[in-house]
Design a protein around this ligand. Structure first.
Ligand code: ZN
Ligand code: ZN
Length: 378
C-alpha cells in the first residue's frame, strides 16, 4: 500500500485555487437518505475538466455503497453534462462540449498503456477512493468526499479528467445518454468485448435489470441464440423478450435446469451472473456446456463448482474503453439496434431518494436524474 502511494502520480497543483458553489446529494449516514446541500468545489486542476451535470443515472453500485459508507460522500457515476472549464493540459475538449462520464483510470500503468484501462493498477483507488490519486479532494472545504469514479455525479458540477470523459453528439439529449457510462456499457461490453459472443452461440442472462437487458440487446446484435433471460420480475422478463431474448424463465416459478435443457439441450456457451446470489451463480455454472464460461458481473464471492473445462471470469466494466465503446453504442442506438432508452425512467434531482427506492424494489430498471437544464447559462 505504501509502495502504491509512492508510485502515485503527482497531480499538478493549481496556481490559485478557485472555488465555486454547487448543489450535491450528500450521504451523511449509512443507509441515507441523501440530502441536497450546497457545497464548495475547487476549480479544475491542469489535468481536469469542470463539467456542469445535466443528468445522472443511478447504478446499483451507488445503492450498495450507501449502506457501507461511514464518511460523508457524494455518490453518482453515470454523469452526463456540458464542459464549463478546461485545465490547460487537457486537449481536445472545449467549453460547451457535451460529455458522458465513465469510470476513471490512470493512463500511465502498464494495463492503461496497453489500451486496457479496466485493468488499471489504480482502478480501486481511482473509482472507490473518494479522492484523487495524490490523496487530495476538491470538496474538502465542505468536509465531504467526492471523486467517486472520477466524478461524483449526484451534483450540479463535477471535476473529471480526459481519461473518463467521452465527447458525444449534441443532437442527442444528455439525459438519455447518461446511463451509458457504467451499467449499460458493462452489460453490452461483457457480451461484445469480454466474451466476444459469436453468431449462433447460446447465452443465458441471470438478472434482467439494466446491465442484463443491455447484455440481451448486445447478444441479439451479435446474432447469438438462444438468448435466455432469467429473473423473478415478470415485467422485466417481458421487456427482455421485446429486446431480444428468445426465451425467458421466471426462476421463482420454473425449474431453470429443466427449462434450459429443453431450450438448449447440452447447455449454453455463456452465462452472465448479475444477481450477486451464490445459489444463482451455481445455477449459472450448471447450465453451461462443457468449456462454457460464466461471466461474473456481481461477484457473490465463494465459487461455483466448475468442471469439464468450464470457467468463470470476473468482469470489470465489460472490458470497455469508454472513448471507443460509448460512441459505438450511440451509433447502434441511432440505427435502432440498441434501444436502451426503453430501460430509463426520469426523475427530478430532488426526488433522488424515491428514484433509489424504485430501483431497489425493481419498479424502475434505470432511473436517470434530471439535475440541471441542458440549456442554461454558461
Ligand atoms: Zn492505469
Ligand atoms: Zn455502476
Amino acid at each position: 500500500m505504501e509502495k502504491a502511494k509512492k508510485a502515485r502520480r503527482k497531480t499538478p497543483e493549481p496556481s490559485a485555487v478557485q472555488v465555486r458553489q454547487m448543489q450535491a446529494a450528500v450521504l451523511r449516514k449509512p443507509g441515507g437518505p441523501l440530502r441536497i446541500e450546497t457545497l464548495e468545489l475547487e476549480g479544475p486542476r491542469d489535468d481536469e475538466v469542470q463539467v456542469r451535470i445535466v443528468a445522472s443515472g443511478i447504478c446499483h453500485t451507488d445503492i450498495d455503497l450507501m449502506d457501507v459508507m461511514s464518511e460523508p460522500v457524494v455518490l453518482g457515476h453515470e454523469g452526463a453534462g456540458i464542459v464549463e472549464q478546461v485545465g490547460k493540459d487537457v486537449k481536445g475538449v472545449k467549453p460547451g462540449d457535451h460529455l458522458v462520464l465513465s469510470y476513471q483510470s490512470c493512463g500511465l500503468c502498464r494495463e492503461c498503456r496497453k489500451g486496457h484501462p479496466t485493468g488499471c493498477a489504480y482502478f480501486g483507488d481511482l473509482n472507490f477512493g473518494f479522492e484523487r490519486l495524490d490523496g487530495s479532494n476538491a470538496l474538502h472545504r465542505s468536509g465531504v468526499r467526492g471523486h467517486f469514479f472520477g466524478q461524483s455525479s449526484f451534483a450540479t458540477c463535477v471535476l473529471a479528467t480526459k481519461r473518463n470523459i467521452i465527447k458525444v453528439p449534441k443532437s442527442l439529449p444528455l439525459e438519455l445518454l447518461a446511463p451509458l457510462g457504467c451499467g449499460i456499457q458493462t452489460g453490452a461490453g461483457t457480451v461484445m468485448n469480454s466474451l466476444s459472443v459469436r453468431k449462433g452461440q447460446g447465452i443465458a442472462v441471470f438478472g434482467t435489470g439494466a446491465v442484463g437487458l443491455a447484455a440481451v440487446m448486445a447478444a441479439r446484435i451479435m446474432g447469438a441464440g438462444p438468448i435466455i433471460g432469467v429473473d423473478i420480475n415478470p415485467v422485466r422478463l417481458k421487456l427482455a423478450l421485446e429486446l431480444g431474448a428468445t426465451h425467458v424463465i421466471d426462476n421463482r416459478r420454473e425449474d431453470v435446469l429443466a427449462r434450459v435443457a429443453d431450450i438448449a439441450g447440452k447447455g449454453v456457451d455463456y452465462a452472465l451472473e448479475i444477481t450477486g446470489d451464490a445459489n444463482i451463480y451455481q445455477l449459472a455454472v450448471d447450465i453451461l456446456k462443457p468449456q462454457g464460461t460464466v461471466a461474473l458481473i456481481a461477484n457473490p464471492g465463494g465459487g461455483g463448482a466448475l468442471s469439464g473445462g468450464r470457467r468463470s471470469v470476473d468482469i470489470i466494466q465489460g472490458d470497455a474503453v469508454p472513448q471507443k465503446f460509448i460512441p459505438k453504442l450511440i451509433r447502434l442506438y441511432q440505427k435502432g439496434l440498441f434501444p436502451f432508452d426503453r430501460l430509463i425512467k426520469f426523475y427530478d434531482f430532488r426526488d433522488i431518494n424515491r428514484a433509489i427506492r424504485d430501483a431497489k424494489n425493481g419498479k424502475t430498471i434505470k432511473p436517470v436524474l434530471r439535475i440541471s437544464p441542458a440549456q442554461g447559462n454558461e
